[in-house]
Design a protein around this ligand. Structure first.
Ligand SMILES: *Cc1c(COP(=O)(O)O)cnc(C)c1O
Length: 351
């Protein structure tokens, strides 16, 4: 309440107001990045950064992601080329990127899936060698660090989502982080209809600005983010403790040199070893009013809107994983007793 009262007094409710600018500054500090450009949501941030880079041709990306990643590429008139994923951390398999590069390739859009960090070093080497842009979908990776560096520092730009379902949120919101000052200027304009000044409109932009209420929410939540992540850590470790060693259930593996954010708790159910499939687990949990998601399913390349355009058999690991993954309930407010109960039900599904 105290944060939003001055908004009514100032009558400045959007268009890069005081709280908007304050949040950008605080996020630059928190994420340890040089620039943050705030957006109405993560999806528009990704669409606009691709537009701002003025790309054309093919973009190498992953089908094991939320619809947004692929849609942002296609809605920019670019062609997604799907690369398979690494079975250990579900991110793009960097060893398979180079064989997909053609003379039309302009960029790579990898995703830090579930907050697992892509092989940023290998991706950077490939991008340098072939002169490609790298834009990370870091929607899941708020606060994650790799070798002590904020994850928003890798590639040419990263997109973060501040949707209500994410670890850190502004109700709806998103951001681009980048070192590139020119890119920052283009984004500033594009998210405000391409307006340069009162009489000059020199970009074909849209309206994708973050308003002052979302910025206020963001400032409040930023005060509690470390607590939030710490509570999630306890939930995450409890899951790991209760489920590890269960034959046929693959757990997310802690990554070397990564400071995680405990955003999700995915499990991948191998029906041959577990004796029953993920649907049995989903149904058993649903009976107890516990609702879990097949996340991500289907692969974006298998979505109805892309029917006939892509061949998901070319990304067999992604396909296998999408057919078997579920994300268990994960939040700071989940009690350890509830985690125990969930794990009990999961284990009881063994056939
Ligand atoms: C949430 C999410 C987005 C989109 O972010 P919004 O803020 O909801 O627009 C994009 N990519 C991934 C991987 C996401 O999880």
């Amino acid at each position: 309440m105290e944060t939003i009262r001055p908004l009514w007094d100032s009558v400045w409710l959007t268009n890069m107001g005081k709280l908007h600018n304050e949040l950008a500054t605080q996020l630059e500090k928190y994420l340890e990045v040089s620039n943050v450009s705030l957006f109405v949501n993560g999806h528009m941030a990704l669409e606009m950064v691709l537009q701002a880079m003025d790309l054309s041709g093919e973009v190498i990306t992953t089908p094991f992601t939320f619809a947004s990643t692929t849609h942002a590429i296609v809605r920019n008139g670019l062609t997604p080329v799907f690369c398979d994923i690494d079975p250990d951390d579900y991110t793009i398999d960097a060893s398979k990127i180079e064989s997909l590069i053609t003379d039309k390739t302009c960029a790579i859009v990898p995703v830090h899936v579930y907050g697992c960090i892509c092989d940023v070093e290998a991706i950077e080497a490939i991008a340098k060698k072939h002169g490609l842009k790298v834009i990370y979908d870091a929607a899941h990776a708020f606060a994650v660090k790799y070798k002590g560096r904020g994850v928003g520092n890798f590639g040419d730009a990263s997109m973060f989502s501040f949707h209500a379902t994410k670890v850190y949120h502004t109700v709806e919101g998103g951001a681009i982080t980048t070192d590139d000052k020119d890119l920052m200027d283009r984004l500033w304009k594009l998210k405000d209809f391409g307006i340069r000044d009162e009489e000059v409109v020199d970009g074909i932009g849209a309206n994708a600005k973050m308003n002052e209420f979302c910025a206020a929410m963001g400032l409040c939540n930023l005060r509690h983010i470390d607590e939030e992540i710490e509570k999630r850590r306890l939930v995450f470790e409890r899951y790991m403790d209760r489920l590890s060693g269960t034959e046929g259930i693959a757990l997310m593996k802690p990554q070397k040199d990564v400071t995680p954010n405990y955003a999700y708790y995915p499990i991948v159910v191998d029906e041959k070893k577990f004796g029953s499939n993920r649907q049995v687990i989903i149904d058993s949990l649903a009976k107890e009013d516990i609702h879990v998601r097949k996340y991500f399913y289907p692969l974006t390349s298998d979505m109805d809107c892309y029917k006939g355009r892509f061949d998901s058999s070319l990304t067999p690991v992604a396909k296998w994983t999408a057919d078997r993954a579920i994300t268990l309930p994960m939040s700071a407010s989940l009690s350890l007793d509830d985690v125990d109960r969930i794990c009990e039900i999961v284990r009881s599904c063994r056939g």
